[in-house]
Structures are given as C-alpha cells and as structure tokens.
Ligand binder design. Structure first.
Ligand code: ZN
Length: 121
C-alpha cells in the first residue's frame, strides 16, 4: 500500500517553513487534535475504513521517525513533550494500523467482486 509512506512524507511538509527560515509556532502534523480532525474528515468524506487506518498509520509512522519536542494537543494545549520515549509505541501503532488497512481493503475486495466468493488476487 503506497498510500501510507506517501502520507508519512506529505506530513513532513510541515517542516518546510522552518527549513525556509520562517518561524513556526505549531506543527499540526504532530498533534493528536489534528489526527482526530483528519480522521473525522476522512470518515465523513471518503467513508472507507482502510483510509482511516492508512491516515492513522501515516501519522504514527511520522511520529515514530521524528525527533524533538512537540505539543501533542495543540492548538488546545501547548505543553511540549519529548516524543523519544513514545517512538516505539508509535512504530507499533503504525504497523498495526497499516496491517489493519490492508486487512480491511482485502476483505472489501474479496467480497465486492463477482459475488461468487472467489478471491481476485
Ligand atoms: Zn515531523
């Protein structure tokens, strides 16, 4: 599933202003509030559980490889937390969500095809 690494890379676009020398007070891609909003938006608009899992996997994969201090509840709270101790948990969450996305997609493809119960590949 190419979507998950793509989401992880796209989420890093929030680093671009800092690289260009612009001050950056919040990083939405590191906020659980952002994740909740993204999941709500995809659930309402796309209505595909595998996409929700892919979004969650991309978010957690991003946090699993990122370093530094981030405000996990911004813009509600700007209390900064070191992500370091949580990186293994985010990596595990990313793997679980990615696998879940694959299972959901596979089941959808398996039951949505010809209707004869055969698998399509
Ligand atoms: Zn980042």
């Amino acid at each position: 599933m190419v979507l998950i690494p793509a989401l992880t890379v796209v989420l890093d676009i929030d680093h671009l202003p800092a690289y260009l020398g612009y001050p950056q007070t919040i990083r939405p891609a590191h906020s659980l509030v952002f994740l909740a909003c993204a999941l709500a938006a995809t659930a309402i608009t796309i209505k595909a559980l595998e996409i929700d899992f892919a979004v969650a996997a991309g978010f957690m994969g991003h946090l699993a490889i990122d370093t530094g201090l981030f405000a996990p509840y911004s813009p509600i709270s700007f209390q900064y937390v070191d992500l370091g101790p949580y990186r293994p948990a985010f990596a595990l969450g990313a793997v679980i969500c990615a696998l879940s996305a694959g299972v959901v997609l596979r089941r959808r493809q398996g039951t949505g095809g010809t209707g004869d119960g055969s698998h399509n590949g």
